[in-house]
Design a protein around this ligand. Structure first.
Ligand SMILES: *[C@@H]1O[C@H](CO)[C@@H](O)[C@H](O)[C@H]1NC(C)=O
Ligand SMILES: *[C@@H]1O[C@H](CO)[C@@H](O)[C@H](O)[C@H]1NC(C)=O
Ligand SMILES: *[C@@H]1O[C@H](CO)[C@@H](O)[C@H](O)[C@H]1NC(C)=O
Ligand SMILES: *[C@@H]1O[C@H](CO)[C@@H](O)[C@H](O)[C@H]1NC(C)=O
Ligand SMILES: *[C@@H]1O[C@H](CO)[C@@H](O)[C@H](O)[C@H]1NC(C)=O
Ligand SMILES: *[C@@H]1O[C@H](CO)[C@@H](O)[C@H](O)[C@H]1NC(C)=O
Ligand SMILES: *[C@@H]1O[C@H](CO)[C@@H](O)[C@H](O)[C@H]1NC(C)=O
Length: 500
């Protein structure tokens, strides 16, 4: 852990030493579990214990110059001390801890709701076997929840699943859902009075709750296309056979849907008006000739990146099976005239391994690529040529994160900054934090006595999620406040008054 000298802008006495919880660099102690199976960051006064990170591939001067701007978004799973959404800086320090509000978040990402950046965060109940029932929460740059939505009118009141959602045209949202249905499984090796999961794409108008599109996998994709068998599933409605496993939906320029069926090893192009399948990329009935290393299996996060390129996360394996040496992010060139798919680039982790579930491939505007390794607690960034720039680990144990993204995110909470003043008489330290604020550059501490107005006691540069502000108690102050200032010295917010 790095101990930084505390910088006071003007200080009568020099107070020193406080910890900034930056990521470790190739810490052997971290990787070997000597720091615990899930190391955490901690603060003096702020009551949060987000994951501590370790660079497996640290930045160098040359790679640091190529890193994209923006913050990293991921949500450590329930195995973490503080599960739920986290926004962090490149140095591993935390900007936002969202687990108190959204403890079971899986995907959360920035989408253009009503034309402005909002986070959408899934929250709900997990089935325990890879899908869920919940809703999507739309959160603005003041961390106010401005809308929620879920699936409408599905059989058995089935709610939106955890895997994917995107917002289009201001207030249209796509989402995935898993509907349990009675089904004859005898053709597939199961029982006659069995149960199956019908995977649903639904698009709604968030404002009017109107259903704009709905597609059911069982209407278009026969279970014989699956690479799974019912085996121990399908005997009852608590554990239906998950033959399709929808995990991503995207739209192309004409509005047709790109639907990922993990257990079919296929991305489906689905006609936006009829729901007909226009083509299958991958799987048993692929309409494309797959070039060298273009084939994929057990995939996640299929997304159009241009009119003729698709990115996806190729898990290439499960708990029971390994199709390649390693999972990888891939970008494919799709030629819908020649019906060929060619590998453009692939992105591999520093240590080749199969991520048995989850994962994503995000292509950024500058061509850099961010990969979240899903079940493996790792994420990293690559330049457009495929060179790895850095890789961070966020746990040694079974902690996972469904996806990891990078976004430009400028946010100022509508709730005030927080302040705690600890110590006695002449030796007090103030601790300031503001969960989610991205623009705080310095903190200004103020003391008020019964008699007089407030006095600016000290300033401190923001060094971490929580910043200590040492000051000398020259007078008896009955209360303290802290002001958060941006880089130009503008006050962004002021805490409530606290007594020491
Ligand atoms: C890791 O290395 C970076 C770049 O050299 C450095 O800025 C950072 O302080 C280091 N982190 C720790 C915890 O030592
Ligand atoms: C609703 O769920 C039950 C099992 O809980 C199942 O038997 C039934 O088929 C489902 N209904 C529909 C319309 O899928
Ligand atoms: C959604 O519904 C609202 C209310 O009817 C309407 O104003 C809005 O234009 C609709 N949005 C889209 C994208 O059609
Ligand atoms: C459903 O089937 C699974 C697998 O056969 C079994 O483990 C489970 O106990 C069953 N659940 C119920 C509610 O019958
Ligand atoms: C001030 O208080 C801190 C604990 O809050 C203590 O570690 C430090 O030694 C004290 N300094 C003096 C000069 O008393
Ligand atoms: C805090 O910073 C402001 C603005 O730069 C400055 O005017 C003020 O004197 C500083 N206060 C202290 C206690 O150093
Ligand atoms: C601060 O308060 C204490 C006890 O209330 C008192 O003894 C002391 O003189 C006060 N100091 C100042 C500078 O007012």
């Amino acid at each position: 852990m790095l101990f930084n000298a505390l910088v006071l802008l003007t200080a009568p006495t020099v107070f020193t030493l406080t910890a900034a919880e930056q990521a470790y660099n190739k810490s052997v102690k971290y990787d070997s579990g000597l720091l615990g199976s899930s190391p955490t960051q901690s603060y003096v006064a702020a009551d949060y214990t987000p994951v501590q990170l370790n660079y497996e591939v640290p930045l160098t001067d040359s790679t640091a110059a190529k890193v994209s701007p923006g913050l990293l978004f991921f949500a450590p799973s329930a195995e973490a001390a503080e599960p739920g959404p986290l926004i962090i800086k490149q140095d591993g320090t935390v900007v936002w801890v969202g687990g108190a509000t959204y403890p079971q978040a899986t995907s959360f990402h920035v989408e253009p709701y009503m034309g402005e950046d909002h986070m959408i965060i899934w929250s709900g109940d997990l089935s325990g076997v890879g899908y869920g029932w919940g809703s999507w929460h739309v959160v603005n740059t003041a961390y106010e929840e401005v809308a929620t939505y879920t699936a409408i009118g599905l059989p058995n009141s089935t709610l939106a699943d955890l895997h994917d959602s995107h917002i289009y045209n201001g207030d249209r949202a796509t989402m995935t859902a898993y509907v349990t249905q009675a089904y004859d499984l005898t053709p597939y090796g199961g029982i006659k009075n069995g149960y199956i999961l019908d995977c649903v794409v639904q698009e709604i108008n968030i404002t009017s709750s109107e259903i704009l599109f709905e597609w059911h996998s069982l209407d278009h994709v026969d279970p014989s296309e699956s690479y799974t068998k019912p085996l121990l599933t399908g005997y009852n409605s608590s554990l239906p056979w998950d033959y399709f496993h929808i995990n991503a939906i995207d739209k192309d320029a004409s509005g047709n849907y790109l639907v990922s069926g993990r257990h079919i090893h296929t991305l489906f192009s689905v006609d936006a008006s009829s729901g007909d399948i226009l083509w299958r990329l991958g799987g048993k009935n692929s309409d494309f000739t797959m070039g060298t290393d273009a084939d994929f299996s057990w995939q996640h996060d299929g997304r159009w990146r241009s009119a003729n390129t698709i990115s996806l996360f190729d898990n290439a394996g499960t708990i029971a099976q390994q199709d390649r040496l390693s999972s990888r992010g891939i970008v494919l060139n799709i030629d819908t005239a020649a019906m060929t798919a060619e590998l453009v680039n692939q992105y591999l982790p520093s240590t080749k391994a199969i991520s048995r579930s989850q994962g994503n491939t995000q292509v950024l505007e500058n061509g850099n690529v961010v990969i979240g390794w899903g079940q493996e607690p790792l994420f990293g960034e690559y330049d457009s040529a495929g060179n790895q720039l850095w890789e961070l680990r966020f746990a040694v144990s079974s902690v996972q994160a469904y996806r990891t993204y990078r976004f430009d995110w400028t946010a100022t909470p509508s709730t005030p900054p927080s302040l705690a003043v600890i110590g006695s008489d002449s030796n007090r330290t103030a601790y300031a934090w503001w969960n989610g604020a991205t623009e705080v550059a310095t903190w200004g501490l103020y003391g008020s006595s019964d008699s007089g107005e407030s006095v600016n006691l000290a300033n401190a540069t923001r060094i971490d999620f929580e910043t200590p502000i040492a000051f000398e108690q020259l007078e008896n102050y009955t209360s303290y406040t802290v002001a958060a200032l941006d880089a130009s010295g503008q006050v962004l917010g002021t805490s409530d008054a606290v007594t020491a």
